[in-house]
Design a protein around this ligand. Sequence first.
Ligand code: ADP
Length: 387
Amino acid sequence: MSGKDRVLLIEDQADDCRLMLLVLRDRLPGHTVETASDAVSFAEWVARGGFTVAVVDQELAWADAGQVLAALRRHHPECRLLMVAAPGTLVHGLPAELQAMAEVLPRTSAGLLALPERICCSLPVEREDPSPPPQEPASMGGGAPGPPPNQAAQPGRASTQGWTGDELEELAYALSHDLLGTVHLVGQYARLLKEGYQGRLDADASRYLEHLLSGSRRLTEMVEAVLGYLRSDKQDDDRAVVDFSAVAEEAVQHLGALIEEAGARVHWGPLPTLAANRYQMVQLFQNLIGNAIKYRREEPPRIEVSALEHANRWKFAIKDNGTGIDTDNQRRIFRLFHRLGAPNQSPGSGIGLAMCKRIVERHGGRIWVESRLGNGSTFFFTISKDG
Ligand code: ADP
């Protein structure tokens, strides 16, 4: 790589700046990326020079983007200029003089991910093929559950592609956010079509519209589940003394409709009082009891919750009389997005157990399942007494 490959990011939004740095450092390892986040550092960089590409945020708090671009053009006419702008601004059209000075990219995750390619296009040096795009974060929250040694990616641990767990999660978070906005929009327009054209669509068009509506609903649920999973790590980690009988009670209350529809019965014996995050404990119980009902056989679900005290931890068990899980899948189901059976067989996103695993591990414990196909399952998890 040539020493010329220096990119200057002129960005004052810390989150956007971090995301851009993340993407550029991963996808353009031979480039140096510098940042100017305020007027002083920008002035210093203009005086110093030495960059071949500058990426300017169109909405800087401390300067007008047009003036920033003009200053760069004046002092460094050889420098290629890119500008990131909010999608809303792009819809209403940017002033022609801005567009004449810089190539404009939308400030969405798609736009930010396209940045390395646009930067490479603008550099006068030959470079190898860009590295492949980041793939699904397979290690995120995945790994083996339960008693065997835990292989899960820890936050901050480097992944196979040089991304750390934290970075991957940040990227997934940003992507999910954008995706959710887009899916909402699709759903909204589909609903508008349905309401505005009632009685005017033929049978085929109405059927297609229903598919569109149910597809966007399902996608919204999935993206919300991913965001919930990612947020579970950002949530308030406050621990307090938690009465687990009250936790079971609350989880059952939340599952009221499902319990009634399935004719399920949930019993629990004496449960301990322990230091834990109450909100996360309710999520944990709700996921496990909910699954015990969802994956039922013909007969009404019967679920037993119990707990056993050990020297430095409590071991909980949630036993059901449902479909059971074959041995091959008993570890895999705790991985993100791992579901058994046909995709349309039961509603779900394959995130629940990955979330349970994450919650339990944050409480110094482990989670695993013992089961025989067709013979019910018992999910075990431990919670450390140390909180
Ligand atoms: P989801 O329920 O959204 O598919 P989960 O992560 O909660 O996602 O579960 C992953 C898979 O594990 C499910 O798709 C299901 O096949 C299986 N599973 C979970 N809990 C049970 C259970 N109690 N009995 C049988 N299978 C279960």
